[in-house]
Design a binder for this molecule. Structure first.
Ligand SMILES: Nc1nc2c(c(=O)[nH]1)N[C@H]1C(S)=C(S)[C@@H](COP(=O)(O)O)O[C@H]1N2
Ligand SMILES: [Mo]
Length: 160
């Protein structure tokens, strides 16, 4: 298990490096004890992005959120307003820190995403192993697959 270390930077009042304990310490109102109640396809424990935002305080200029996974060099940049209130970060499963096989130690998740490569908020933006949240005025790095072929190639790679 890799230790959770989430960098939050860019256009925020209080940049931070958050640990597992920091996420667990966010106010109860932001904690989700059973993700399956939000989305029957998923399980685990999570914290709402909204809770994290109260801590780092994005500046008014922050219109995009870029999700970085350095582990496999996967990145997605999405409009912040579209996910501010609905995205969650899954950090526990079965009473343990989220395993890499489930996208841990931390997985960004949007409960009602669109199908892959159909919009900015698609299934592909559910970034696994996310280790940096970067806020910015303009879209940031995004290397999600653009079409069905690229998508199939990525899943092939993921399965290895
Ligand atoms: N770090 C990382 N996150 C990722 C990917 C990836 O290759 N690397 N693939 C994305 C794509 S294209 C999809 S469709 C979903 C698949 O999630 P699942 O394996 O939980 O169904 O994860 C997304 N998150
Ligand atoms: Mo995808």
């Amino acid at each position: 298990m890799t230790d959770l270390r989430l960098i939050v930077d860019g256009d925020v009042e209080r940049p931070a490096v958050l640990s597992y304990a920091d996420l667990a310490a966010l106010d109860r109102e932001y904690q989700i004890s059973d993700v399956s109640r939000l989305d029957p396809k998923r399980k685990g424990e999570a914290v709402r992005l909204a809770g994290l935002l109260t801590r780092v305080r994005p500046k008014p200029s922050a219109r995009y959120l870029t999700l970085h996974a350095s582990r496999d060099d996967f990145h997605a940049s999405i409009p912040l307003d579209a996910v501010r209130e609905r995205a969650i970060l899954i950090y526990r499963l079965d009473g343990r820190p989220l395993d890499e096989s489930a996208g841990g130690p931390l997985r960004f998740y949007i409960p009602d995403f669109a199908a892959c490569h159909t919009s900015e908020i698609d299934e592909c933006a559910n970034v696994k192993f996310v280790d940096r949240l970067e806020f910015s005025a303009e879209p940031g790095l995004d290397n999600r697959p653009h079409d069905a072929q690229e998508h199939a190639a990525l899943h092939e790679k993921e399965a290895k």
